[in-house]
Design a binder for this molecule. Structure first.
Ligand code: MTE
Ligand code: HPA
Ligand code: MOS
Length: 768
């Protein structure tokens, strides 16, 4: 008889063949309804000031232009802020707060006409002085867009005074553009009465629904938002898609025709938020062994003109400054600064990477000061298994496996022998210098906004035995649809080919959370499993009745039901159940247990569990030009009991490479006027295939399973591997440090572009 087969395991992504064949439908591939209009947004040309006058004569002169929308054409509220602050206008009304802020939209019969006409508007401004970067904002008094957070444990002041050694420093940490392959895009199709359907490239359909309803001055039940897939989101589509959806919806209702909007890449980069750049300032007290006695640090972030997600982003930075280390006496403060730049937003890691690299810089500083391998200082500070395991936010780290992960990687990557080789190489080579670093990662899983940790799923079994799955999560390439379908097939013990995942829609599963915080599978997988359990219970009851046996004698097997020895194939079972009027549809629900967080006291258990990993990177730099290459990378990452090893490996490798881009070549450069000069791939350099490490070994931890009751005991994988790239920056740092005999921490800022490497080399040579 058919043995139990598993739907879990390394199956291809549900759309893999369509992705490579160009057959996957992205929003711009969907047939436009007849008469579809196109919108294009006009942007401000100053960073701060007031609008004195607008003249659209030349815009409206274009024969294909139907009209222009400004703030006064919005029927409801002129706002797309995800917070209660309502500080994110769709169109600037009087006040302009950054260069590139949307001021109006042109509606035309085709996209090119709208785009060209938008450049013809004449807007006069009264310009005001603008605060562009962190230092300028601090100098002007440091205004916050959202309240700052303080995390505290022990007595920092007393411990700092008593510490045998102390040092102070600062680190500039750059931002990052998401560079999703598919840019922002939305299409709105008006319906009868106040209804509208919006197709949006968004990680957060429920938020888009909410924003569109607000902007139209109607209720959420009138707005249906759909997304089948995104061509990448990376956090950039958690809130930022709402602007485009709202403009399309407002125009669609006004002109009673479908309206589509797709900005050019340059405009997308200028007008949507990015990863926050940070300035971390620290003082640390420590001893000869490298053990940290006290740490006092500020994390200032360029938030831009509005709050957006800057509150939880800067909070998450503080939550990750400890990484894997116990800070007995600690005080960490966030400084979410208001600047006249685009409002920064979620980006893979959500502030965690910036906090973590600040903490790792402190470790590096201590290591160079003491002349030790930074790995030794890391080990001296790792959270203990039973004591020394309280985080600065007072959560106990009770699932700590970092020592085992680091031991295993140190061995498999041959770290010690290779480090010795690097030291020898540097002695015998004048211009080329090598560096190697092993860095760990611990990343907290759950939304820190506790109410976000909920999900729903809707599962239909049709009469022919085929199954349609819908859940609140969105697919952005990360493989969520594949994993949740695998979970459902596994729970129902059917062939995964029976299960189709349909586009995410707000009229199928309501009040969903953003697909973010790496929690997509944890939350939606559990909700789908809940729906499966309900359906199974009904089918078991039905079979027990039908065959006049006990429910305990009915067992699910692969593709069949075992009814006291009689095998009933799944399809027969479903057809019979339908005839007996069994309800073959179920709505599942899940909320993460145990978590709680009190921001006022800075105490709680915001994370259900932690994901761990470690990386060894080896680099070579040319000290005459600053050029460098990443020679070899070894990653070891913990995904618990993997649902799909192939997809998880892709997330680990992809996350690492994206992190490497952030720390090496991706530089956001604003002029004094606040103009983003790096707004296209010609000037903004993401990693190329040729930048990948020459040797790239990635392994998943084989012995880990989640100690918490997550779906199939798996762990979230979307964001944590991003921070494995910190090893690249530290390896570069070691190579630079070699020119001054490793006596000084080079304090490389991020991104460590070739220019920065060269300047750091020259600085150290000067000191030597
Ligand atoms: N992987 C791909 N291919 N594309 C993406 O946009 N986003 C990342 C990560 N991996 C992303 C990705 C981010 S920021 C998050 S939070 C998670 O995927 C979200 O999906 P998950 O919760 O299902 O892991
Ligand atoms: N992570 C990602 N996105 C979020 C979070 C978070 O912790 N909170 C709100 N949106
Ligand atoms: Mo990811 S930054 O939580 O969308």
């Amino acid at each position: 008889m058919s043995q139990k087969q598993s739907a879990l395991g390394p199956k291809p992504h549900e759309s893999a063949h369509k992705h490579v064949a160009g057959a996957a439908d992205y929003l711009d591939d969907i047939n436009e309804p007849a008469g579809t209009l196109h919108a294009y947004i006009g942007l401000s040309t100053i960073a701060a000031g007031t609008i004195e006058g607008v003249d659209f004569t030349d815009v409206l002169a274009h024969p294909d232009v139907l009209g222009v929308l400004t703030a006064t054409d919005i029927p409801g509220e002129n706002d797309v802020s995800p917070t209660a602050l309502h500080d994110d206008p769709i169109f600037a009304d009087k006040e302009v707060q950054f260069l590139g802020q949307p001021v109006f939209a042109v509606i035309a019969t085709h996209r090119d006409a709208a785009r060209r006409a938008a450049k013809k508007a004449k807007i006069s401004y009264q310009e005001k002085p603008a605060l562009i970067d962190i230092r300028a904002a601090e100098k002007a008094g440091g205004k916050f867009v959202t309240p700052s957070l303080t995390l505290k444990n022990g007595d920092v002041k007393a411990a700092m005074e008593k510490a045998p050694m102390r040092l102070k420093g600062e680190m500039e940490i750059g931002g990052q553009d998401h560079f999703y392959l598919e840019g922002h895009i939305a299409m709105a199709i008006p319906g009868e009465d106040d209804t509208v359907k919006v197709i949006s490239s968004t990680q957060h359909p429920s938020e888009v629904q909410h924003m569109v309803a607000h902007a139209l001055g109607t209720h959420q039940h009138a707005v249906n938002v759909e997304v089948r897939r995104m061509g990448g989101g990376f956090g950039g589509k958690e809130t930022q898609g709402a602007l485009f959806a709202c403009v399309a919806a407002i125009a669609a209702k006004k002109y009673k025709r479908a309206v589509k909007i797709r900005p050019d890449r340059d405009d997308d980069m200028v007008m949507t938020g990015k990863r926050h750049d940070f300035l971390a300032t620290y003082e640390v007290g420590f001893d000869e062994s490298g053990k940290i006695h006290a740490l006092d640090a500020d994390f200032a972030a360029r938030c831009g003109f509005s709050a957006d997600l800057s509150g939880p982003v800067t909070d998450r930075a503080l939550f990750h400054a400890d990484n894997c280390y116990f800070f007995e006496n600690v005080e960490l403060r966030s400084r979410p600064l208001k600047t006249n730049t685009v409002s920064n937003t979620a980006f893979r890691g959500f502030g965690g990477p910036q906090g973590m690299i600040g903490g790792e810089r402190v470790i590096e500083e201590i290591a160079y000061q003491l002349g030790k391998d930074p790995l030794e200082v890391r080990r001296a500070n790792f959270y203990g298994p039973n004591t020394g395991n309280t985080t600065p936010y007072h959560q106990i780290v009770d699932d700590n496996i970092i020592t085992k992960v680091v031991d295993e990687l140190e061995e498999s990557a041959d770290y010690q022998a290779r480090r010795q080789k690097v030291l020898d190489f540097n002695k015998s080579h004048k211009n080329l210098k090598r560096g190697i670093a092993l860095t760990p990662v611990k990343f907290g899983i759950s939304f820190t906004a506790t109410w976000y940790n909920q999900a729903g799923a809707l599962v239909h079994i049709y009469k022919d035995g085929s199954i349609l799955l819908n859940h609140g999560g969105t697919e952005m390439g990360q493989g969520l649809y594949s994993k949740v379908a695998q979970v459902l097939a596994d729970e129902l013990q059917v062939d995964p080919a029976r299960v189709k995942v349909s586009a995410t829609r707000t009229d199928k599963v309501p009040n969903t959370s953003a697909t973010a915080a790496s929690s997509g599978t944890d939350l939606n997988g559990m909700a789908a499993a809940d729906a499966a359990r309900q359906l199974k219970a009904r089918l078991v009851r039905f079979a027990a009745d039908k065959f006049q046996i006990e429910e305990a004698d009915v067992k699910f097997g692969y593709e069949h039901l075992d009814c006291a020895g009689k095998q009933v194939p799944f399809e027969e079972l479903i057809a019979a159940a339908y005839m007996e009027r069994v309800h073959l549809s179920a709505a599942g629900f899940y909320k993460t247990p145990e978590i709680h967080w009190n921001r006022e006291t800075g105490r709680g258990t915001p994370f259900y569990y932690y994901a761990y990993g470690a990386a060894v990177s080896e680099v070579v730099i040319d000290t005459l030009t600053g050029e460098y290459f990443v020679d070899r990378v070894d990653l070891l990452h913990d995904v618990g009991n993997s649902i799909n090893e192939g997809i998880d490996m892709g997330q680990v490798e992809g996350g690492f490479i994206q992190g490497m881009g952030w720390l090496t070549t991706e530089e956001l450069w604003f002029s004094d006027k606040g103009e983003l000069k790096t707004h296209a791939p010609s000037t903004y350099k993401i990693p190329l295939a040729s930048d990948r490490p020459r040797t790239f070994n990635t392994k998943l931890v084989t012995w880990s399973k989640n100690e918490k009751r997550t779906i199939k005991r798996s762990k979230a994988v979307g964001e944590p591997p991003f921070m494995l790239a910190i090893s690249v920056l530290e390896a570069l740092s070691m190579a630079v440090a070699s020119v001054a005999d490793y006596k000084t921490c080079p304090r490389l800022d991020a991104p460590a572009t070739p220019e920065r490497i060269l300047m750091a080399v020259e600085r150290l040579k000067g000191q030597r």
